[in-house]
Design a protein around this ligand. Structure first.
Ligand SMILES: [Zn+2]
Ligand SMILES: [Zn+2]
Length: 119
């Protein structure tokens, strides 16, 4: 593969905006991808910022950021409650597992809170 502008130079990658092959001299490394130097740097930066924002919104939706931790808390309580309800016939395993679930749910909630405090 050769550079789009220099047919004798080996290309190092593609511009994220126009997909042309670029050599070291033509490419501007933006950290997350290449762009045509002094041509498409702005477009590539803008697109990347957009994609990043969309990804963040998708992975941690504001409305359900505590959903996974809530899931563990509910299941944990269910296990513990079931084992206690069974009394003597209970194995104690439910309390143990439920406790683990609850601990993980709390841990998740703390992590989510910390991530959102930073954002
Ligand atoms: Zn380009
Ligand atoms: Zn070139």
């Amino acid at each position: 593969m050769r550079c789009f502008n220099h047919s004798e130079v080996r290309a190092v990658g593609f511009c994220r905006h126009c997909s042309k092959a670029l050599c070291h001299g033509c490419a501007s490394d933006l950290g997350f991808g290449l762009a045509c130097r002094d041509m498409h740097e702005q477009q590539v930066t803008a697109v990347n910022a957009m994609v990043e924002r969309a990804t963040r919104a998708q992975t941690v939706g504001r409305s359900n950021k505590y959903l996974s931790s809530l899931f563990f808390l509910i299941f944990g309580s269910f296990f513990v409650g079931y084992d206690l309800y069974e009394g003597d016939r209970g194995t104690g395993f439910g309390v143990w597992l439920g406790g683990l679930f609850i601990a993980y749910g709390l841990y998740l909630a703390i992590v989510v809170r910390r991530v959102w405090a930073k954002a």
